[in-house]
Design a protein around this ligand. Structure first.
Ligand code: NDP
Ligand code: PYC
Length: 348
């Protein structure tokens, strides 16, 4: 994650502010112009604009050229119509048909909510999907319904398993959301790699060196140079064998269980310009009001208070919510260069 502008700090001189609705409209125009259906364009535009709004920079407007080049390469089907199957009382399967994961999720959401309300738990397994985004937008809304949600996505082989020699796992994020009585939902969203691939790209673009322990070069030697990690090198899991085990779990849940590709199981070599992983996603939604969880949100609040009492200065999600409030008040921050890039993509 890039350093954020802290309250009271000056933002760069070339920053422009744009209302989030205007940004969503501009991004939807880009998606549709470059080959998605109007429905997919609206869903993806909201996702990217909201990431930018929340300061989730590695999955904000920075991603737009890659979405466009991937669509142009023919690797992803922007017009795909997902097929939703009611597979079992607690199990929905969605074939994204080589389209983006977010429209597939949206197509299944009414059935998922119906199952969670009637049974207390349900699972959504999406396969043949492209997820190129932050994961928190997939879980936070469920916590606002009072539910607990967990999601797992695998990506592309760029992470060396612990003790291994070659990249095999994706950056394989996990996101979690839960309601809380006294504040915004508790949400965390983290890659199981030492850094997200998007943040490596941003660091390379800015010419910044990284702290030790994030990745290796093409020889497998440790490096702090993000460009060397991108040029034939790889990332490492976070936390050694622990992150590696979680990454393995994500491959099993997001790919083996859904019917999607493993991160090492697809090749985009015939599609120059392609950057979106063609894999799978698993989402589990639980109604905590069943069983002993009737006062879940109060228990969550008690835990938060205990964490603060223990000295934890901020919760996961706090930075995003703060950034969101600022963006809603002042407009979403973009650099002039990024706004020019978006305007060009909308026209070209
Ligand atoms: P970060 O390491 O930036 O943050 C991980 C989590 O930790 C966030 O919930 C963050 O909250 C929280 N956090 C960070 N610092 C602190 C702190 N000091 N105290 C308490 N909590 C903290 O995320 P990653 O770099 O691992 O991932 C970035 C994004 O990349 C994610 O949105 C992820 O979904 C996405 N990604 C997507 C992939 C895909 O295949 N689609 C693959 C890999 C990553 P906060 O947000 O408030 O800072
Ligand atoms: O940032 O690691 C990443 C990533 C992979 C796919 C989409 N984002």
């Amino acid at each position: 994650m890039q350093d954020q502008i802290m309250p009271g700090q000056k933002e760069p001189a070339d920053t422009v502010r744009i209302p989030v609705e205007a940004l969503r409209t501009l991004l939807a125009r880009i998606f549709e112009r470059h080959g998605t259906s109007a429905e997919a364009a609206a869903i993806l535009a909201r996702n990217v604009a909201d990431a930018q709004r929340d300061g989730a920079d590695s999955h904000g407007v920075f991603r737009m050229p890659a979405y466009v080049s991937t669509l142009a390469s023919g690797w992803v089907d922007g017009q795909a119509v997902p097929v939703v199957t009611d597979a079992a009382p607690g199990f929905i399967s969605v074939d994204a048909c080589n389209g983006f994961a977010q429209p597939a999720h949206q197509a299944a959401q009414p059935l998922l909510l119906e199952k969670v309300r009637s049974q207390g738990i349900a699972l959504l397994a999406i396969h043949d999907s492209h997820h190129f985004a932050a994961l928190w937008p997939d879980v936070e809304p469920y916590a606002r319904h009072g539910f607990v949600a967990l999601t797992f996505v695998n990506s592309m082989a760029c992470v060396v398993p612990h003790g291994g020699k070659h990249p095999l796992f994706g950056t394989n994020p996990i996101a979690f959301a839960a309601p809380r009585a006294g504040g915004e939902p508790l949400v965390f969203d983290l890659a199981t790699s030492a850094m997200a691939h998007g943040d490596i790209q941003i660091a390379a673009r800015e010419g910044r060196q990284l702290p030790p322990g994030q990745g290796v070069d093409s020889e497998g030697s440790p490096t702090c140079d993000p460009q060397a990690m991108l040029d034939g090198g790889a990332l490492l899991p976070f936390g050694g064998h622990k992150g590696s085990a979680l990454s393995m779990m994500v491959e099993l849940l997001a790919a083996a269980l859904t019917g999607g590709n493993f991160s090492f199981g697809f090749s985009w070599a015939d599609h120059p310009g392609a950057q979106t992983p063609r894999t799978g996603q698993l989402l589990i939604v639980i109604d905590p009001a069943r069983g002993a969880g009737a006062n879940f949100a109060q228990r969550a609040e008690a835990l938060v208070q205990a964490m603060h009492d223990a000295g934890q200065p901020r919760l996961p999600g706090d930075r995003r919510y703060r950034q969101r409030r600022e963006s809603l008040e002042l407009g979403v921050a973009l650099s002039e260069a990024d706004l020019a890039m978006l305007t060009k993509l909308a026209e070209g």
